[in-house]
Design a protein around this ligand. Structure first.
Ligand code: FAD
Length: 431
């Protein structure tokens, strides 16, 4: 198959769908190619589809050392399975790289209708954790969310995709782009950028029907923190993928003795403590991991006395990990916690246990998960692989996704990625 367009965007997640929406209808032909499928009606929000069809390798994709890194390969990208947390991150770090997102952050927050989670959606489990944390001085508050409180029914399925359409996802931006004339083709896996005299002239990839060649003047890679460096490496940008952060986290679980709060049926990460985010790189938030509860907590139920889903409490400790890791040209990756990562993971787990004990969990009824991760990035960082306009050393080849972030935020990056895409779109519209 051969295709010709003006602008081609690889990936339809946070970065790619925003680029498409902002650039469609501005006089240049826009094509979005996506490696994953477009979800069918009724598929979003079921454990079966999320695990079998959307999460990379059934949510079991691990680094060489065994660290799971979650991502979704589908139209809308990983935003489909996000928890709906909308925080500004890396504002100052990006300013130091010459990227001022003040205006774009405002536009993004307005467009995604970000607001602290409505009081009526903060359930008994989250409230118990928040009150206990606050008695200990953790300053836990409602999480800023891109969730429509009128549509949310507190099913606790955020990480499977919202079956009620209450949560913003990049699919809404993709739909808007298509309404403005952008073309979208799923199930195309891009392998490399085609170049001529140091300039990008298109892409080479494959679809179920065979080889695909796409000709375009402007190429934007938005395949995410793992997908993008693979394409860059295969296109001659050797240093891409030589670093990788992933916002590593662990979850501390505990069982209440005589109380059912049903935390697993509440909006995921309803409240948050950022008190130690700046100083220690630790963010704490109530969390019960649906696929993991099934696989792992069930296997530990003998260790947890009186375990039932209804009396389980959990706190995620999300950390700002070191930008140490690797993505290879064959899309394998290395990511293991460093000594300082382990310190943050252990300290956050200790804080989480303290909060659970204050909430009524017995100190012997607590277990900790291994470190995992859900925000791969930094693999094509600004100042190293791309300049402050997100252009690579190959003219006409841009990157706009989590891979350009200069350092681990240790916090939800979607708002920042969407804002970066708005800024790059403005730049390209002027060019
Ligand atoms: C369970 C979970 C919950 C999360 N919750 C939150 C949250 O509440 N708030 C928040 O801010 N962040 C959250 N995140 C993180 C957030 O979803 C990601 O950081 C964000 O989506 C990254 O955006 P992106 O554009 O870099 O990549 P993605 O959104 O992952 O999009 C990349 C797209 O590129 C496609 N692609 C990759 N390689 C290729 C290729 N070779 N050819 C064609 N297409 C390709 C992929 O299929 C994918 O659709 C969460 C992540 C997970 C896993």
């Amino acid at each position: 198959m051969q295709l010709k367009t003006d602008i081609v965007i690889v990936g339809s997640g946070a970065g790619g769908a925003t680029m498409a929406k902002e650039l469609a209808g501005t006089g240049r032909k826009v094509l979005v190619v996506e490696r994953g499928p477009m979800p069918k009606d009724g598929e979003i929000g079921t454990l079966r589809s999320a695990v079998l069809n959307f999460y990379d390798r059934c949510a079991l994709r691990t680094s060489k050392e065994g660290t799971i890194i979650y991502r979704a390969l589908m139209a809308g990208g990983t935003t489909i399975v996000s928890c709906g947390n909308g925080m500004r991150v890396l504002e100052n770090e990006l300013k130091k790289e010459g990227v001022d997102l003040t205006q774009e952050f405002e536009e993004t927050e307005k467009e995604m209708a970000i607001a602290p989670l409505a009081n009526n959606l903060i359930g008994r489990g989250s409230r118990l954790i928040m009150d206990s944390a606050n008695r200990l001085g953790f300053n836990m508050v409602p999480m800023p969310k891109y969730i429509d409180s009128k549509k949310c029914v507190s099913c606790g399925k955020c990480v499977l995709g919202c079956p009620y359409g209450a949560k913003w996802t990049a699919l809404s931006f993709l739909k808007s782009a298509r309404r403005s004339g952008a073309k979208f083709i799923p199930k195309i896996n891009i392998q490399m950028v085609a170049t001529k005299n140091g300039r990008a002239i298109g892409l080479i990839g494959k679809s179920p029907k065979g080889r695909v060649r796409i000709y375009a003047d402007t190429v934007i890679l938005a395949g995410g923190g793992i997908g993008t460096p693979v394409i860059l490496k295969n296109s001659g940008i050797e240093n891409a993928g030589n670093k990788l952060f992933a916002d590593m986290f662990n979850v501390t679980y505990g069982v209440l003795k005589n109380k059912n709060t049903n935390l697993w049926r509440e909006p995921t990460m309803a409240v948050v403590s950022t008190k130690y985010m700046k100083e220690k790189g630790i963010l704490l938030s109530p969390f019960i991991d649906v696929p993991l509860v099934l696989r792992w907590v069930m296997s530990k139920r003998k260790q947890l006395k009186n375990f039932r889903y209804t009396n389980l409490l959990g706190i995620m400790n999300k950390t700002r990990d070191d930008n140490v890791g690797l993505v290879t040209a064959a899309e394998r990756f290395e990511k293991a916690p460093t000594i300082s990562d382990m310190k943050r993971l252990n300290e956050g787990a200790r804080m989480s246990a303290e909060i659970l004990i204050e909430a009524g969990v017995h100190k012997n009824n607590i277990i900790y998960t291994k470190p995992r991760a859900a925000h791969p990035g930094g693999s094509a960082a600004i100042g190293e692989i791309v300049d402050s306009n997100l252009q690579t050393s190959i003219k006409g080849l841009y990157v706009c996704d989590a891979s350009v972030l200069p350092t681990s935020p240790g916090a939800p990056p979607i708002v920042t990625i969407v804002s970066l895409a708005k800024r790059l779109s403005k730049h390209l519209k002027k060019a």
